[in-house]
Design a protein around this ligand. Structure first.
Ligand SMILES: [Zn+2]
Length: 202
């Protein structure tokens, strides 16, 4: 187990220290956290779309998204600083008609999208109409269950300017998603399972 953890950390570190080629112009955004991933910082908790979480809890949690998970989740302890994924303007803070309680933040980006930061720890220290630049601190991560040890994470959505369409953030954020996806999902089953013997690894 220890070896696995070390291997995973190495993998993640390598993924982030590899020479960076020219920026992918089709991916206009950066990650919403400034530091590298890892067991003590943040991990990719849940992908966009028809995830195991959507299958198990879609009726309860993702009704607004036709029962699909319409953002990505990055697992991290409460109070982790979050940064703007791109330049833009704050269009809402704590507008819970967008969900993702207890606190949220929406930024309209110059690149033609709106990002939503959900489940924040407290009201973001920003005013509606305020300009933000990529990498600027915009708030602190929290936990939708308000305990900070239940499932603390950032829920991040990227929507169209009219808010009606959500996009897969992995398609728009320049990051090593394949590497990130190797470790970190919530405690839902990660690998294919033998349905007749759910405890058996395949
Ligand atoms: Zn989420």
């Amino acid at each position: 187990m220890q070896r696995l953890a070390v291997a995973c950390i190495l993998l993640l570190t390598l993924g982030f220290s590899a020479p960076v080629a020219a920026q992918d112009v089709s991916k206009p955004f950066g990650l919403p956290v400034a530091g590298p991933p890892g067991p003590n910082t943040w991990l990719f908790g849940q992908a966009y779309g028809n995830t195991a979480g959507a299958y198990l809890r879609g009726d309860e949690w993702y009704r607004a998204g036709q029962r699909l998970h319409f953002g990505i989740d990055l697992s991290m302890r409460c109070g982790t600083p979050l940064v703007a994924i791109g330049d833009g303007e704050v269009v809402a803070a704590d507008d819970l008609s967008f969900g993702s309680a207890p606190h949220n933040l929406l930024i309209r980006h110059d690149a033609g999208y709106v990002s939503l930061y959900g489940h924040l720890l407290e009201r973001p220290p920003l005013m509606v109409g305020q300009r933000v630049v990529r990498g600027q601190d915009v708030g602190l991560s929290g936990d939708p269950d308000l305990t900070c040890d239940s499932r603390p994470h950032l829920h991040l959505e990227i929507r169209s300017l009219d808010y009606r369409t959500t996009y897969n953030p992995a398609a728009l954020i320049d990051a090593p998603w394949d590497t990130l996806a190797l470790i970190g999902p919530f405690s839902y089953p990660l690998f294919q399972q033998d349905l007749d013997n759910a405890r058996r690894w395949m």
